[in-house]
Design a protein around this ligand. Structure first.
Ligand code: PA5
Length: 426
């Protein structure tokens, strides 16, 4: 299961602000009925719409084929078009599973990075998946060109084409037409789901399946979370409270929320969360600034600020109950290094102690903290956590009074870029 609780330095419940916000919210928080304007962006609310048994089996079959023909699989997409898959693949990487290495060559407009990508691929066989909801984005456009050329230098033309998969919005733009003209295998980017909400659609599912993760378990976790929301169960109540709580804290001057992790393989999960909340809420001059803290390393840098600096940061600890790998500390060959108290202890216990200690020190020091508990780090719990966070983001955006699904700020810089590169706006 996934649980969310508030660790409480400020007594929010029962305060005038809390009561006021709750009554305001009742009007805003009935998403489907009260926000018909968003009907074209809420396809993700119903997980099965884009991930029913048949669709999952088809994605699995394609993934098996790719796993047989490729040692490397490149996800050519940016933002919501890679972040969900990357989050799951990295989060499950502690299990060290067999399969193609998944690379992301379209994250930076950097020649040096692209050269590194090919150096990394080396002589290994490669398949690419070009993912774009709206194929005007510069990163997938640029790198698809470069990769098409490089693939056709490496493979005979028929084979090069068979190593390209595209995931466009069907019927929308050049990526879909190219797919049809060139005979690329094509998966749909759902029309009614935006990039950052697309992890449980072919956008996220194919790369995750190619990496060897269990997409059926992932979707089961998301469906169980959805069922809980439909029955107004405990998870939905905790999510509602989290959404309300962060908004009360925001009004009290806590304008930054850090998602906190104690395992580095969860960094991409943090980036997914950061993109989800950042692009959804940061608009109209409003929004909590989402960031990530990777402890214990950053306890030795930003930990000082969090504990002792300006009171503007709230923390949301993502805590996994089951150990993700383990090691036991030995006797250090009997040398007197001052760490005898660690002998026989597991690294998991030491990391756990760091988590408990940080949570206590920060919350008692006046940092408002939430804890999100996952029983274990696997596909099922990731499905549940990610669905819960998308609902939290949706509800929190409604509370804030912003459109959770657009990103006008991103468009502004894109238009400037088109003016520079094409001499005109799009
Ligand atoms: O979440 C979003 O909608 C954005 O982050 C997009 O995913 C990102 O801008 C990439 O867009 P596209 O898939 O159209 O290339």
């Amino acid at each position: 299961m996934v649980h969310i609780r508030y660790v409480n330095p400020y007594d929010l419940w029962g305060t005038a602000e809390w009561e006021l916000l709750q009554s305001e919210m009742n009007d805003r928080l009935n998403p489907r009925e009260k926000c018909p304007g968003y009907a074209d962006s809420t396809g993700w609310l119903d997980v099965q719409k884009w991930a029913d048994r048949k669709q999952l089996d088809e994605i699995d079959a394609l993934a098996q084929e790719i796993r047989q023909q490729s040692e490397v699989f490149a996800v050519v997409g940016i933002g919501g078009s890679n972040q969900g898959a990357r989050a799951i693949i990295d989060a499950c990487s502690w299990r060290e599973q067999e399969g193609p290495e998944i690379l992301y060559p379209a994250l930076y407009l950097s020649a040096a990075e692209y050269r590194k990508f090919w150096k990394n691929v080396g002589n290994r066989s490669l398949t690419i998946d070009v993912i774009a909801k709206n194929f005007k984005t510069l990163e997938p456009g640029t790198f698809f060109r470069l990769l098409r050329d490089d693939l056709s230098r490496r493979y005979p033309s028929e084979e090069a084409r068979s190593r390209i998969i595209v995931t466009p919005t069907l019927g929308l733009d050049a990526l879909d037409s190219l797919g049809r003209e060139e005979g690329y295998r094509t998966l749909p980017f759902p029309e009614d789901v935006g990039g950052r909400y697309a992890v449980f659609t072919p956008v996220g599912l194919l790369p995750v399946a190619v990496a060897g993760c269990d997409i059926h378990a992932l979707i089961q976790g998301a469906m169980d979370a959805q069922a809980d929301f439909e029955q107004e169960g405990s998870l939905s109540r905790e999510v509602r409270q989290y959404a309300l709580c962060r908004n009360v804290l925001y009004r009290k001057g806590f304008g930054i929320e850090a998602s906190v992790f104690f395992e580095p393989c969860l960094q991409s999960l943090g980036k997914w969360w950061r993109q989800l909340f950042g692009e959804s809420e940061g608009k109209d001059g409003k929004g909590i600034f989402p960031t990530i803290l990777l402890y214990t390393e950053e306890l030795h840098s930003l930990g000082q600020y969090v504990q002792d600096g300006k009171r503007q940061i709230m923390e949301t600890f993502v805590h996994v109950r089951k150990p993700m790998g383990n090691l036991t500390i030995g006797n250090g060959q009997g040398l007197q290094d001052g760490f005898d108290y660690l002998e026989g202890r597991s690294l998991y216990d030491i990391n756990e102690a760091a988590y408990q200690a940080t949570l206590r020190a920060h919350s008692e020091g006046g940092v408002p903290c939430h804890v999100i508990e996952l029983d274990s780090m696997d596909e099922y719990h990731l499905g549940m956590y990610m669905y819960a966070m998308m609902r939290a983001c949706y509800e929190s955006s409604l509370i804030l009074g912003v459109n959770p699904f657009d990103q006008p700020g991103v468009e502004a810089y894109k238009q400037e870029m088109f003016r520079i590169l094409k001499g005109r706006e799009e």
